[in-house]
Design a protein around this ligand. Sequence first.
Ligand code: AMP
Length: 349
Amino acid sequence: MALKQGDKIGILGGGQLAQLLIKAANKLGLKTLVFDPNEDSPAFNIATEFICEPFSNQKALESFSKKSDIVTYEFENIPLATIDIITPHCKVSPNREALKIGQNRLLEKAFINQLGINTARYSQISSKKELLEFCKLTASKSIIKTTTSGYDGKGQVVIEPGKINTAAIEIIENTECIVEEFQEFHSEASIIASRGESGSVLTYDSGANLHKDGILINTTVPSKLPKELEIEMALIAGKILNNLDYIGVMGIEFFVTSQGLILNEFAPRVHNSGHWTLDGCLINQFEQHIRAISGWPLGSTNRHSNIVMTNIIGEKITTDIKENQSIYSYGKKEIRAGRKMGHINTIHE
Ligand code: AMP
């Protein structure tokens, strides 16, 4: 059933993505309730209500779900046990299966491959012994990643063939990992896709992404990729969303290589590389997500402007902005290296 004016959306996670979802929900006449264990959560400042408790607090989660008309999440590392406490009381969108696959690189790659979509070749590594064996045998440059909980390049180290790397050993000593073949890509790209309750899928134009040390620096649209690749990304997105019976917005990242598109990962949520839609489209990714999970019809994903979205990372928000720039500050108190403080959308020719 579609949400109506004044209904409440529960959001797990209180970072900048939640903040931007709240702004979209407010615009549509919906209320919000944010749940996050961190008392400095940027989204607390603008949510209708918030609950600051650990994701394991059953009583607080039950109260959260009973107060919400639909629950969604802003990041994929929400424990599945948290979702299981909520579901008897309130529907969660995107669904549990999408979250389960999206938070585990092994499940994700197996799922993607089974749909006939290419990923980097990979293997599971569970111990230091297996890692040392792998390093001895592999002839190609690889990258080790934690199977779960990685984001913004955290928990990742490049391994040169034949070399044993202490940082990689440190990672494997603490957690399950995968190693995947390092991709000598021409560029990186992503597509933001949405699926509504009716099963209709709409994608935004793909963006060209630049990362440094695993963190997104900027996204440019149009991506200037060949039309065939843009279409292939949209078809891949449709396949994934339909297979998961997904409702909401998803970000899907690719490497563009001489062998074609290699899917890196998908995020079952709104995505940093979709922030350009805030100034490039009538209906941005945040509003689209709210519309989808509320059971409303999806909005147009047409792009009316060319945009470069630039993240503001580990530095103060600048006031030195130009006429053609729109700035977003997440209102974070503490500036830390690698921390996303805001972003700027620049309209270009
Ligand atoms: P991820 O956390 O998997 O999204 O990785 C973050 C970034 O690290 C990517 O956007 C790439 O820039 C880089 N990266 C990750 N995996 C690979 C790979 N297999 N080959 C080359 N670069 C990679």
